[in-house]
Each structure stands twice: as structure tokens, then as C-alpha cells.
Design a protein around this ligand. Structure first.
Ligand code: HEM
Length: 220
């Protein structure tokens, strides 16, 4: 007796649901505020001697003003980031979109990219490099918040400071976290501009996808 094929998952939700889109763009603005105001604060007490950030790219006309921007932006970054982490874990989005990362696929994607074979026809699937970069930037964001807290309240939150080998260690990790995030942003925005459909999808939601985790096929 011929068995009936399993029913296709219903295409009931968009690739980027409304909460993801709202949180993504709040995060983008908050990150830009944090980076540019951070550059304003950094200049007061540099980490790499000789490295200064141009006034053109600094938010705040002097360090104290930049610091106020940094604290204001921090609330948006932290609350929005927490919401994104909770949403990503409890809806299964992280598991569905960012995992698993297979070494073979990672190597192949790097090879393809080096040969300029960058295809992103199927918006519903992140390639292994994209997955890895998203995970790295999420971890970098968490690290920025923890090191930022250690620098901001080294007395009240003194248990955080030794995790980074002291106050100066926390400053250095905070600085390199910024470098990782800025590096990510350069690649991320360049790729988004190269494939503008992805930007439109992050604004309007993109194609509809099946309801089951890992149901990655676009439905017509
Ligand atoms: C400011 C300019 C930005 C633009 C134009 C932009 C654009 C995009 C686009 C188009 C996607 C969807 C990618 C795809 O479907 O292939 C995306 C996803 C993502 N972006 Fe951005 N982005 C920006 C800023 C940021 C920042 C500042 C961060 C973090 C530091 C970030 C982190 C992410 C993450 C983690 C995802 C995956 C989200 C998920 O699927 O849950 N983006 N971005």
C-alpha cells in the first residue's frame, strides 16, 4: 500500500518576524551610538599610543559628553540585547538559523568566497561563515556589556574585574571587542549592500517559511 507523503510545513511566518526586525534595527542604531561615543571617551586615555579617532566619527564634542551618549546608548543595547537573546533561545531561532556549523561547509564557503563565488540566492539559509560571524558578534556584544560593567562599576561589581585580569585588562578586552564588532560591521554591511534583497527582507520580513524548526524551504 502506497504511503502518503508527510504534509508540507505551513508557510505561516516570515523569515524575519517583526520582533527580530525591530530588535535588529534598534541594535544597529544602539551599536553605532556605542561605537562612536566610545571613540570619544577612548581619546581621553588611549590604549594604543598614537591611535586616535577623528572628531568626524566621534559622538560628543568632548569626552564627558561622549560618556553621556555611551550611558544612554547602553540601556538600549542591554535591554534590546537581552530581549533578542531571550527571543532567540525560547523561539528556537538560534538553533534553527545559527546551528549547526559544519567544519566542511565552513571551509567550502571560505574557498568559494576567496574565488568570489558569493551566492545568497536562498535568503532563508545562512551559510556557515555567516552563522559563525553572527555567533561571534553576539558573543562580542555580551563581552562588551560585561567588560563595560566592570569598567563602569569596578567597586560595586568587583567580582567582574578579576575575570579580565584587573581594571586595565577589562579596558583592553572592551577595546578589542569594539574592534571585532567594527570588523564585523564592515563585512556585514558590505555583504548586505552587495545583496540588497537581504536589506529589504530585514525591513519587510522577507519570504514566508515553514513553521517547523529547520524547515528552510521558501514557499512560492
Ligand atoms: C547598520 C547597518 C546594518 C545593516 C545594513 C544590517 C543588515 C542586516 C541584514 C540585511 C541582515 C539579514 C542577513 C541575511 O538575511 O542574509 C542582518 C542580520 C543580522 N545582523 Fe545586521 N545589519 C546592520 C547592523 C548590525 C549590527 C550593528 C549588528 C550587531 C553588532 C548586526 C547583527 C546582525 C545579526 C546577529 C543578524 C542575524 C539576525 C538573525 O537572523 O537572528 N547587524 N543584518
Amino acid at each position: 500500500m502506497a504511503s502518503t507523503p508527510p504534509p508540507k510545513p505551513a508557510a505561516t511566518r516570515k523569515l524575519h518576524p517583526v520582533p527580530i526586525r525591530v530588535m535588529h534595527w534598534i541594535n544597529a542604531v544602539a551599536m553605532l551610538v556605542m561605537i562612536t561615543s566610545g571613540w570619544g571617551i577612548y581619546d581621553d586615555y588611549v590604549i594604543i599610543s598614537g591611535l586616535h579617532f577623528s572628531h568626524t566619527f566621534r559622538l560628543g564634542s568632548w569626552a564627558a559628553e561622549s560618556l553621556m551618549w555611551h550611558f544612554a546608548g547602553m540601556w538600549f543595547l542591554v535591554l534590546n540585547g537581552l530581549a533578542y537573546l531571550i527571543y532567540g533561545v525560547f523561539t528556537g531561532r538560534f538553533r534553527e538559523r545559527l546551528l549547526p556549523i559544519r567544519i566542511g561547509e565552513l571551509v567550502q564557503t571560505v574557498k568559494d568566497t576567496l574565488h568570489f563565488h558569493i551566492a545568497h540566492e536562498d535568503l532563508t539559509h545562512y551559510n556557515a561563515v555567516q552563522k559563525l560571524l553572527y555567533i561571534v558578534v553576539i558573543v562580542a556584544g555580551i563581552s562588551q556589556v560585561v567588560t563595560g560593567l566592570a569598567i563602569w562599576k569596578p567597586v560595586q561589581l568587583s567580582f567582574l574585574v578579576p575575570l579580565f585580569g584587573g581594571f586595565q585588562g577589562a579596558r583592553i578586552v572592551h577595546f578589542w571587542g569594539m574592534v571585532v564588532i567594527v570588523g564585523f560591521l564592515v563585512v556585514h554591511v558590505a555583504l548586505a549592500v552587495l545583496v540588497p534583497r537581504t536589506i529589504w527582507a530585514m525591513l519587510a520580513g522577507g519570504p514566508r517559511v515553514g513553521d517547523r524548526p529547520r524547515a528552510n524551504k521558501v514557499t512560492p
